[in-house]
Every structure is written in C-alpha cells, then in structure tokens.
Design a protein around this ligand. Sequence first.
Ligand SMILES: C[S@@+](CC[C@H](N)C(=O)[O-])C[C@H]1O[C@@H](n2cnc3c(N)ncnc32)[C@H](O)[C@@H]1O
Length: 405
Amino acid sequence: MQPVLDMPTAGKRGLLERMVFRGIVFNMSWEDPEMDRRAFQITPSDTVISISSAGCNPLNFLCQNPKKLISVDGNPAQNAILELKLAAIATLDYETFFDIFAARHPSVVTRHYQSRLRPLLSDKARQFWDKKLWIVARNLYDFGRMGLFCRLLRLVFSQVGLSRQQLDAFFEIQSLDEQTKWYHKHVARKLWGPVTRAFVNFKPFLYLAGVHPRQFNLVDGRHDIYDYIKERVDYALTRIPVYDNYFLTVAVTGKFRGKHVPPYLLEENFDTLRKNLDRVQVVNGWLGPFLDTQPAGSITKFNLLDIFDWMTDEQFEGTLRSALRTAAPGATMIYRSGSYQLDPPPAIREHLEHDAELSRELLAIDRSATYGSFYVFSVKSNGNGKAVAREQSPSGSEGHIAVSC
Ligand SMILES: C[S@@+](CC[C@H](N)C(=O)[O-])C[C@H]1O[C@@H](n2cnc3c(N)ncnc32)[C@H](O)[C@@H]1O
C-alpha cells in the first residue's frame, strides 16, 4: 500500500468548525454509489480522485478497477476509517472484514488490530485508533457525529410511536404501492409535525448529521429546511424501493440488512479490492491545495461530494479552477448539493459540458434522501487535446473553511 500523504494544514479553522467537524463525523459515505458508478463508467485507464468521507465510495470506485484512486480528506479521522478498511482488506479474510465493517460481529477487530491492522496504518491513523478502536468494536454506525444523530433520530421515531418491529416490517415491503401506502399510514402522519420541525430547526441537531453551518444556511436560506427534508424523505420513501436502501436501514435500525450493503462490502468484490490496493493514494489535506500539486491533465474522474456547500463563492471558484487544470480533456466531474440549485460559477461554467438529463436521471434514483441536486459535467477540451488552461487561482482558493460567514 502507498504511504499516506500529509499535506501541510493551511489556515486556521473557525471555532464552530473545530467543534463540529473533528474526529469521526461521517461513519458512512452518505452518497448513493450507484449514481456515481453510472455517472463515471470507470475504466482501467482512469485516474479517479474522491473526497474520502468514511471511505465507502472511494472503495466502491476501487471495485471498478481504476488505474489510480486518490482519496483526499481535510479531516484525518475520516481517512483513518479508510486506512483501517484498507489494512483489513490487505490482511483479513472476507468474512472477518464483513464482520467488522458491516458490524455483524464488530468486536473481532480487537483480536486483529495489534498484529495485523496497526502495522499498516500511518502514524496519524495509529494514534487515532490506539485510542478509539472501541468505536469500531462496538459498531461504527452507532458512533461519530452521524451515529449519534441516527440514535437521536431513532429516539424521535420511538417518541412518535414507531416500533422497531414496525420499521423492520417496512423494509421487507417489495412493492412501491404498498410501501407508499404503509409510509403514509404508519410513518408520515406520525413523523411530520411540530416535534420533528423543532428538531430539524435546532441547528446543532443537523450539525450532528454532518450538515455544515454554511450548508444549513444555504438550504434554509433558499428553502425552509423542514420542508426540504420532508420533501426529500417523502420522495425516498415513496418513489424508491426501500428493501435495498441500506442508507435508511442504517439510519433507522443502526444495522445493514443481510447483503443490502455498499458494493465494497460484497464478497464478489473482495478479491478485486485486495488486487487493487497498490493503486490507492490516501491524502490528509484540503482538495484545492492538493490538486495544485498534481500534474496538469492527470485526472479523469472527480468525485466532489457536496463540498461546495461548505465553501464561499471564492473557494468554490478557486477549487474548480484547480480541478480544471488537473483535468484531462473529457474528464467527468460530479458533485451534489443540499440545495435544489448550485451551478458552477459563470467563469468556470463555460469550460464544462453539463449532462443535465443524466444528472436528473441519477438524482431520481438517490437512496440517501439527502440531496436536492446532483451534477454531472464533462470538461471541454480546448481542441488541442489539452484541458482548459488555468488562470492563477484567487487567494481565496480553499486552504481552510472559515465559518465566520
Ligand atoms: C463534504 S462532507 C459531506 C459528507 C458527505 N455528504 C457524505 O455523506 O459522506 C464529506 C467529507 O468532506 C471533507 N471535506 C469537506 N471539504 C473538503 C475539502 N475542501 N477538501 C478535502 N476534504 C473536504 C470533510 O472532512 C468530510 O469528511
């Protein structure tokens, strides 16, 4: 496995950000990998860059045999999860890997940590897991900010009279019609109301879910956040089959159901993951400054999650300029937003071809019940095979994400 790259940490982070976004925030990548797979159509000639989050989607990309996978995150605790998963793929058998990261028998991790996993970790990840391995041993999906959020969510469900048995029965429903009737009868009329509105409008509650303060303002500034969340949940629970929706089973029950898991946890992908381990570069650092160290035209797939919801307009433009310079002609960029519309800045827009139809089509299958918009762009080459030349990025390109705004 390639050694982890530590970028110099640029700039001072705001107080709120230091309080909320440290340690494990995302215990799972809350982004539907089926959307990314269909948008990217990865081939063995592709160099993919992705934000790590909990490492699930970078590993889902690795299952698709890219030439190289770069996984970047400004929060080293997030990369520590990815590193532990990579070490487990390298040293454990599939059943044990599944026991730990599908939380079937997670405590087995303590048996293998010192002898097999710890030796393959970076210093930062070792320091983290030496203290925090109990999080994985007890069930990763119950911890981290998001884990705490989901446990509170389950409390809300119990308060509005939704029993665990009822919810388990819900996930067994196979027909959308029956699912929709069940949702309206047993869930919607109990869930949506003043109690949930109070919870949703209590900002710290959503910070726990990993909603960045700037993202909260972006969504609430444009659409009442309660109505937005209700619309997204209504959609996911009435228009998308629930029986293989592992996002919702983890949120609602704290567990995966059988083999309804992310692709990287499927047995059929384990040997491929192990074969491709040397293709992975993990980077502790912010995306923009890292891209500025990469060769022009060297990257073909960019998975940018919803990081632009965390940024100022200046950082948004600066980061996309860095991406344009490193993009190979025809490269694909995808990102999501917690708002219904977040177009690239005009100065960048001209260099990108928007596949509006595919973006809409893929948003329509989103099982995560989270995003209001999804974007698939390809980078226009400037005709001589070279990607668009990059002007010097304004000083605002992200070093840090101040929460002062
Ligand atoms: C944008 S957040 C949102 C979570 C995401 N929607 C998910 O569900 O996984 C995901 C990750 O991006 C990281 N992040 C945010 N902005 C970043 C940036 N500019 N460069 C590198 N990492 C970034 C955060 O530390 C976090 O781990």
